[in-house]
Each structure stands twice: as structure tokens, then as C-alpha cells.
Design a protein around this ligand. Structure first.
Ligand code: ZN
Length: 148
């Protein structure tokens, strides 16, 4: 029996998203387009968001960069698509806490995203992993209803 460590499993998840990114490409129509980059590594992403009421109806991304940044963003789109803006924000905050090495909250809730936890050991990579998430947080701000 081949012994597969948890770390290997995490790497597989990340590689899978890197090789086969989910929700990659332009989203039309969209409400928000944000372009952000991580100069430390050269990662660049474009994030497309489409809102429907208080929900994040659609999300896609495009860009180039290292495997961590692209895989993390791919996983993010899969995770938050269809969530309410508030839930999407909470997932993002959980990820940021996890990447800061803080209390992790409900890890089951995060699913495959837990695989990003291995990145915490490589501080230089944390910015790569959080590029998409920080961009999403900015985008969600623009999704607040104009009137309540
Ligand atoms: Zn990177």
C-alpha cells in the first residue's frame, strides 16, 4: 500500500486546480472587474463578479502567475459562486485567518481549501495564495446594495 501523506494530497488538489482551472475566462456580463497583481511573484489576475441581489451569482477569473496563486483563485471561484455576499465574505475571512496561522474555525466548512494551509509554511507564498481572495473582498464591497 502506498502511503500518501496529507501534504501530498494537498499538493494534488493544488496541482489539479492549476492544471484545470475552474471558472477561468471572461464573464459576460459582469458587474465588477478588478485587476490586481502580486509584484513579489509576478502573479496577475482579473476577477469578474456578477451580482444578483445579495448573492454572488457569477465569478470568473483570468490571469497568469504561479501555481499557488492560480490554484487558490480557481478554488475560490468554485467555493464562493452562488453564495450570498455575506457568506462569501465570511469564507474569505476564514481563509485569511487560516493563512495568518490563526484560529481556523470550521475546517470542514472550507473543504478543499484546507489544502492551501500547507502554504503557511512558506511566507513568500502567502501573498500568492491570498491574491484572489483579497481581490474578491474588494469586489464584494462594490456589491453592497445601493439602497436598503
Ligand atoms: Zn505567486
Amino acid at each position: 500500500m502506498v502511503r500518501v501523506s496529507l501534504e501530498d494530497l494537498y499538493k494534488e488538489v493544488i496541482l489539479d486546480h492549476y492544471r484545470t482551472p475552474r471558472n477561468k475566462g471572461r464573464l459576460d456580463p459582469h458587474d465588477v472587474l478588478l485587476e490586481r497583481n502580486n509584484p513579489l511573484c509576478g502573479d496577475e489576475i482579473e476577477l469578474f463578479l456578477k451580482f444578483e441581489g445579495d448573492d454572488l451569482q457569477g465569478i470568473s477569473f483570468d490571469g497568469k502567475g504561479c501555481s499557488i496563486s492560480l490554484a487558490s483563485t480557481s478554488m475560490m471561484t468554485e467555493k464562493v459562486q452562488g453564495l450570498s455576499l455575506e457568506d462569501a465574505r465570511q469564507v474569505t475571512e476564514s481563509i485569511k485567518r487560516m493563512m495568518a496561522g490563526e484560529e481556523e474555525g470550521d475546517m470542514n466548512e472550507l473543504g478543499d481549501l484546507v489544502s492551501l494551509k500547507g502554504v503557511v509554511k512558506y511566507p513568500v507564498r502567502i501573498k500568492c495564495a491570498l491574491l484572489g481572495w483579497n481581490t474578491l473582498l474588494e469586489g464584494l464591497e462594490e456589491g453592497k446594495p445601493a439602497s436598503t
